[in-house]
Ligand binder design. Structure first.
Ligand code: HPA
Length: 271
């Protein structure tokens, strides 16, 4: 794996990316608005990068965008990889290790998630405070590479307190409603049944999605401080469940992306 990381990082450097400070992962239906904020952008398609998987989901762009925001060098993944696409958890998290090898000092993640907290509404944002991994794979399964991180990484504080506190105060100052809660990561690609939503609520989750947790596990493995915000795209009330509408989910993600971009751009400026 170490050679794969080095080869991918060297290729990205050869395309003109030098020492990014902030890594960003843009989730489903998110990223078009954010990408516009990146100045002097260089784009690198995933398919040209050695060892990178390819995005197979049509609304996920498959490219890295490097450039600057508020004077900081950023490297954004426009489109991410999911376990349900058929890749292993180790494969989908390779880009996180590559970002760290390139010099990234923190990782800002976004995703689209189903809302299971009936005090909240679709279209709002949730800062992830903690998570539950229900995917049947772990990116750290297999021999541990000690130069990357420990065999048994601590997960008592998987999301960086300093980044989360900064996001909460930025949201307050900008009057953006930022809920805070627990994200549960499932395998997908099907959405959940009413009984599954009931179960997921009972085990303590506020939002459900199919991503983010593998990347956060790896970020913790390699001591890369991270934070993550879910865009709550649909209400998942088991007692009043409407058929999921993927077009609506993407449309709501697109609208909520404006507030998400605001938060992340200000966070980047404050670092
Ligand atoms: N489940 C339910 N609703 C969702 C999901 C999910 O995984 N992702 C976005 N909305």
């Amino acid at each position: 794996m170490t050679e794969k990381i080095i080869e991918a990082a060297n290729y990205i450097k050869s395309r003109g990316v030098s020492t990014p400070q902030v890594g960003i992962i843009l989730g489903t239906g998110l990223g078009n608005h954010f990408a516009e904020k990146i100045e002097n952008a260089i784009e690198i398609e995933y398919k040209s990068i050695p060892h990178f998987p390819l995005s197979t989901v049509e609304f996920h762009k498959g490219k890295l965008i490097s450039g600057s925001i508020g004077g900081k060098q950023v490297l954004a993944m426009h489109g991410r990889f999911h376990y349900y696409e058929g890749y292993s958890a180790e494969q989908i998290t390779l880009p996180v290790r590559v970002m760290k090898a390139l010099g990234v000092e923190c990782l800002l993640i976004s995703n689209a998630a189903g809302n299971m907290n009936m005090n909240w509404h679709k279209g709002e944002l949730m800062l992830i405070d903690d998570h539950i991994n229900l995917q049947p794979d772990n990116p750290l399964r297999g021999p541990n590479i000690d130069s990357q991180g420990p065999r048994f990484p601590d997960m008592s504080q998987p999301y960086d307190k300093n980044l989360n506190n900064r996001l909460k105060s930025i949201a307050k100052a900008k009057n953006i409603k930022l809920n805070e809660g627990v994200y549960v990561c499932v395998m997908g690609p099907n959405l959940e049944t009413r009984a599954e939503y009931r179960f997921l609520r009972q085990i303590g989750a506020d939002a459900v999605g199919m991503s983010t947790v593998p990347e956060v596990i790896v970020a913790n493995h390699i001591s890369l401080p991270c934070c993550a915000i879910s865009v709550l795209t649909d209400d998942c009330d088991p007692d009043n469940l409407k058929p999921a509408n993927i077009e609506e989910i993407i449309a709501i993600a697109g609208k909520a992306e404006v507030a998400l971009t605001d938060l992340y751009v200000d966070l980047i400026r404050s670092l």
